[in-house]
Ligand binder design. Structure first.
Ligand code: UD1
Length: 374
């Protein structure tokens, strides 16, 4: 019997561990325990996702909370080391590229525990992004590199990783997307339903939270004023990350948005809401004329549902979404943003395809590889 500790810490991790846990429940030779680092802790950023995605309560919650990168990473390491010493797992599995990913990876390897990284090999080649550092560090010490797109294999080979450690398995987040789409038929989410009934299509959906976009006053001001202008063409639903909301208030930009809560009338066209649950947001963006985002995962999910995606970043670590998917990169170039937004509003977009192995079976492939060890 093997023992695996599965780590999740921040919102984008939860949709990745959910399908892996489902796949593990079909395997007899692997025992697993879930460790939540507590990097994200608001109900809207954490517990709601556990509930909606059907993730069991974690066996451990390290409750590290928010802090500077060094303090947050150090706290995760100190607390996760105790868990590893108590549990003595055979494998630690980390997903994605957040601080929890790199912190727990380092702890595992220094205790000589095998490390599996799900979503390995992605590179934006922008080392000012904290996620890029987390990706490089985690991949450098992983024993199992589970890759989502072929470009990831090339990156890992270039960095000298042995071929046998690299496994092209597809994308667990897409497994989850398909699963949740089925759930949506059974149980349409209430906030999503209410919002959709109060606006007329076409509409757009937007998320912003990258430090480079939201922590710099000029950048956030430029983006929000352009979005406010474009929302006159079609309304934009903007579920707001706590980091972004803090900055909008600090930079006095609230006047560009129109806040909305369930039960309210819609008063403006750039509609700012609290962070939405996975299902509420999926219910909205899947039918949007376009999604404007700086998220990594949404570039991929929109590609699978062929929803036009406009990415307000200068690079992407997920190039397949641009090469064959529905994604366009615009950075902070608001002329380009206007151009693509107008196209989407008119229903004109490039023809796109779904990447190889993004078929809903990535978790099964991962579990089969790990099971073959026992
Ligand atoms: C983190 C990840 C990022 C991911 C994002 C998704 C790192 C380096 N970054 O960024 O890759 O795309 O999660 O959301 O790991 N806050 C709350 N409540 C919460 C969590 C955060 O209010 O539950 C606020 C706090 O003010 C905090 C700030 O958001 O300081 C930033 O949180 P943090 O986890 O440090 O980074 P994110 O921007 O969320």
């Amino acid at each position: 019997m093997q023992k695996i500790l599965i780590v999740a810490g921040a919102r984008p991790n939860f949709m990745k561990i959910a399908p892996i846990i489902r796949a593990l429940s079909n395997v007899r030779n692997i025992e697993h325990k879930i460790v939540h680092t507590g990097q994200h802790y608001d109900a809207a950023m954490s517990q709601n996702f556990f509930d909606e995605l059907g993730i069991p309560q974690p066996h451990y919650n390290l409750e590290v909370g928010s802090a500077s990168h060094a303090v947050q990473t150090a706290n995760i390491m100190i607390r996760f080391e105790q868990v590893c010493l108590a549990e003595k797992p055979d494998i630690v599995m980390v997903v994605g590229d957040v601080n929890s990913t790199a912190a727990c990876g380092l702890v595992a390897k220094k205790l000589h525990i095998q490390l599996a990284h799900v979503e390995a090999g992605l590179r934006s080649n922008d080392r000012t992004m904290p996620e890029e550092i987390n990706r490089i560090v985690t991949d450098a010490i992983s024993d199992y590199l589970f890759v989502t797109e072929k470009n990831g294999i090339e990156n890992l080979l270039k960095e000298g990783h042995p071929k046998e450690t690299i496994h092209f398995v597809g994308h667990v987040m897409i497994d989850n997307l398909f699963y949740q789409l089925n759930q949506l038929q059974v149980n349409p989410p209430t906030i999503g339903k209410e919002l959709k009934s109060k606006i007329t299509a076409p509409y757009a959906a937007c998320t912003l939270h990258r430090p480079s976009n939201v922590d710099i006053r000029e950048n956030l001001s430029l983006l929000l004023s352009t979005l406010a202008e474009l929302s006159k063409i079609m309304p934009i639903i903007f579920p707001c990350h706590p980091r972004t909301l803090t900055r909008i208030k600090e930079f006095n930009l609230m006047n560009l948005c129109s806040e909305w809560k369930p039960g309210d009338k819609i008063k403006g066209s750039l509609i700012l809401t609290e962070p939405l649950g996975y299902m509420d947001f999926l219910y909205l963006w899947k039918d949007a004329a376009c999604v404007i985002t700086d998220s990594g995962g949404l570039q991929e999910e929109t590609t699978v549902l062929k929803v036009p995606c406009i990415t307000t970043r200068t690079t992407t670590e997920r190039p397949i979404t641009v090469e064959i998917g529905s994604n366009e990169i615009v950075g902070l170039d608001c002329e380009k943003l206007r151009h693509f937004f107008n196209k989407a509003a008119k229903g004109i977009w490039k023809k796109s395809e779904i990447p190889e192995l993004w078929d809903g079976k990535a978790s099964k492939r991962i579990v089969e590889i790990l099971d073959a060890r026992s």
